[in-house]
Structure formats: C-alpha cells, structure tokens
Write a new protein. Structure first.
Length: 268
C-alpha cells in the first residue's frame, strides 16, 4: 500500500479523536478511582496531661486498613504553639487529611482545621469551641452534679491531675497498670493552652464527626452532646471513659474511617 502525504494526514486526523476519547475515559477512570480511595491521611492530636502514645491502638488499626497516620506531639504549652505544630505536620501530607482531636486536642482541631489540606474533623470526647471560646470558658460553669476533674493548683503556669484520682477521672476503663503509667507520665498542661481562644471555628465550614463518651468524668457527656449538636457533627455514642481512645480503639478507628469515607462521598 502506498502512503501519500494526503493519506497519512487523513489517517492521523481520524485517529486523533479516538486517542482523545481514550485519554478522556482514562481521566474519568482515574478520577473515579481516587474518589473510591477516599481520604487516606489522618492526623491524631492528643489532649492535655498526656502525649501521643495513647493513640497506639487506633494507629495500628488505621494503618492496617491502609491509612497514612501521623501522630501530632503537640507540647500543650499554648494554643498557638499547638496549632503551629499541627500545621507543620499538615504541610508534610501528600493530599487532603482528616484531623482527629481528643479532649483539648479538639480545640487544636477547631483552630487548625481551617488549613486548606483539612477535609474533615473528628472529635473524640473533645472540646469543640465556638469563636472566642477556650477550654477555661467551657468548663467555667459545670452543670449541677457533674464530676469535677481533680486538677491541682497551677505550678509555674502548668497544670497536673492528682495522680491518686487520675484513673477514676480520666481512665476508669483502662487497666490499672496502664492508668498508673498515664498518671505518672503526665505532660504539663499550660495555662496558655487552657485559656487559648478559638478565632475561627473550622466546624462552621468543614464536615465534622463526634464520638461522645457516655461515662466521661472529665468532660460531661451532656456537654459533649451540646457541642456536637452546635457543630452539626455526625454523632456516635460509646460507653467509655475520657480515655475511650485508649480503651476502645476499634470504635474510635471506626468513626475516623466513617469520616474519611464520608468526605470522599461528599466530593464525588
């Protein structure tokens, strides 16, 4: 067969639409694959008095399910410092991320969650402040009959829990040995963190999920329900202590996965 310049031109022009169509379908397929995959980056943020090691069980479960998990070791010295540490961790992520906060970590999530890389927020028995609110403001007027956390008087601007009452208030459903270790390895919680006020609550623009711990003796369950309702969160209730993230890692990992999948479905 003789290929003239005219024949070649016709053949090329006829093939171009086919190539474009194939490439188009390829882009659609890749887009669908990414949507099915969902958000895979998860940042876990601890609260006051503890460090990130309590997330071990949740971390292991999420990693097993294919998530990229990072533990934010915020110093709990001030809200500004803790938000800065969280944002530095967010900057290392290769795509959108779910921010998860326990207790005071919820305040960090609420402020740092405005970062463009944050796709969704998860609160685990956590504070979810509105604009201008801090932990100190939220705990100022506890409801009648609510348990009072055994917080000792400040030492050089930092707070500790009474070790002898730590398990009963913070980790009632954690083994005695584990609770003793948590009590003896407390991280000083700075008054500047306690008094740090949120400037722009991320839950007003980002989807959120909330796990209420029904036997919590640090943050009253009804206060958790009120904050989660105000934030418009998807709520799951679990019978557990304030350390529910330690005692029930499966329940905690499940709501995080639910958030990651929920964000993915919303963006399809």
């Amino acid at each position: 067969m003789r290929f003239t310049e005219r024949t070649v031109r016709r053949t090329f022009l006829g093939v171009v639409p086919i190539i474009m169509m194939v490439l188009g379908y390829g882009e659609v397929f890749m887009s669908q694959a990414r949507a099915v995959e969902g958000v895979k980056n998860v940042l876990l943020i601890h609260g006051g008095f503890v460090d990130g090691s309590g997330w071990q069980g949740v971390y292991d479960l999420l990693k097993k399910d294919g998530y990229n998990v990072s533990i934010v070791q915020n110093p709990t010295t001030s809200l500004a410092d803790d938000v800065a540490v969280t944002k530095r961790m967010l900057a290392t992520q290769d795509g959108p991320a779910i921010l998860v906060g326990h207790s005071y970590g919820g305040v960090v999530v609420t402020e740092a969650g405005n970062d463009p890389k944050v796709a969704g927020l998860v609160y685990i028995a956590a504070f979810a402040p509105d604009k201008g609110e801090s932990v100190s403001a939220l705990i100022k007027n506890p409801p009648p009959g609510a348990a009072v956390p055994p917080i000792l008087p400040p030492q050089d601007g930092y707070l500790f829990l009474d070790r002898s009452k730590f398990r009963a208030s913070f980790a009632a459903d954690v083994s005695a040995e584990a609770a003793a270790f948590m009590a003896d390895s407390q991280v000083p919680w700075g008054l500047d963190a306690l008094n740090g006020a949120v400037t722009d609550p991320a839950w007003k623009t980002k989807p959120s999920w909330y796990l209420v711990s029904t036997d919590d003796k640090m943050i009253p369950p009804d206060a958790q329900r009120a904050m989660s309702k105000r934030a418009g969160s998807t709520v799951v209730e679990v019978k557990g202590s304030h350390s529910v993230y330690v005692s029930q890692p499966k329940a905690v990992a499940a709501i995080i996965a639910k958030a990651a999948n929920g964000v993915a479905l919303a963006t399809r």
